[in-house]
Design a binder for this molecule. Structure first.
Ligand SMILES: [Fe+2]
Length: 293
């Protein structure tokens, strides 16, 4: 696959860090127009209380309105297991098309079973406005973006490349954070390594924006790095670590990790593009399948 890389295009990127989930949401603006995209938005949940609110999403909406931008796209790099997407909420307020990787269908199949969903839960990706194929391009104003298929963390992960800025999703963390886990259903450490190599094959000067940062060893939160920095310094794949070394390390590490606190609500909502499921009376409700994940 040859990707349409254009390093001369330099989008304006504004980052919003969500403290509750350590997620970074981006507003990516076309330098030549007032059009923009949102990447990986967050909907707030107090899981203990079963309460969903929209402060993080409202901050994005407020910024887009204050800058008089037109929202073309609301992109999900993947079906997140650690936070809920606010995509439909944002769409209802300021428009934009919701896009995700075409392999979402595999995620819907897997988790449709785990959550014992009925036939009203469509497993065809129809909750989204666009299902991206590997290398597929789309426009943000006059700016061409493309999606790059990067499975491993999940089977539907994609990295979005917009000019000289790439949105890594959960393929990579900052160099001192390494990589994301590969042990969710459909995840695969070897595939993750191969996907990371695709990202690291982008130009050295490519800006890389992370979806998460946890400030390892007490450092301040960061989200921006480059391909060159990752190749040199990433603690899991940098400095020429082999595929076999990575698989061994990743598999052993993943066996030690607890489930993300919000995995159960996140998957139910995010496999529906960010819509909360409802009961037979139409009331929003979340399930807790016991011993199923
Ligand atoms: Fe993730």
């Amino acid at each position: 696959m040859t990707y349409p890389i254009d390093m001369t295009l330099r989008p304006d990127v504004s980052a919003h860090f969500d403290e509750a989930t350590n997620t970074i949401t981006y507003i990516v603006k076309d330098p030549a127009s007032d059009h923009c995209a949102i990447i990986d938005s967050v909907m707030d949940i107090d899981y203990a209380a079963g309460r969903i609110t929209y402060a993080a999403a409202d901050r994005l909406i407020d910024e887009i309105k204050a800058r008089s931008l037109t929202l073309d796209w609301i992109i999900e790099t993947h079906v997140h297991a650690d936070h809920l997407s606010a995509a439909p909420y944002i769409q209802s307020k300021i428009g934009g098309k919701i896009g995700v990787g075409e392999k979402i269908i595999a995620i819907q199949e897997t988790f449709g079973k785990i959550f014992n969903e009925g036939t009203e839960f469509q497993r065809d990706g129809s909750q989204f406005d666009a299902l991206f194929k590997d290398g597929e391009t789309y426009m943000i104003g006059d700016m061409q973006a493309f999606a790059m298929y990067t499975p491993g963390h999940t089977p539907a992960c994609m990295v979005h490349v917009i000019g000289n800025a790439s949105f890594a999703g959960d393929t990579l963390f900052m160099p001192d954070g390494g990589s994301a886990r590969a042990d969710f259903p459909g995840g695969d450490a070897g595939e993750l390594y191969d996907s990371i190599m695709k990202v690291l094959a982008l130009p050295d000067e490519m800006r890389l924006f992370m979806c998460h940062d946890y400030g390892p060893n007490g450092r301040a939160i960061q989200w921006e790095t480059t391909v060159a920095a990752q190749k040199a310094d990433n603690i899991h794949v940098g400095g020429g670590k082999t595929r076999d070394e990575f698989i061994k390390f990743r598999t052993e590490r993943d066996a030690q990790l607890a489930m993300p606190k919000l995995i159960i609500p996140s998957l139910q909502v995010n496999m529906r593009a960010g819509t909360v499921p409802t009961d037979q009376n139409g009331n929003p409700v979340l399930k807790i399948p016991v011993n199923a994940i």
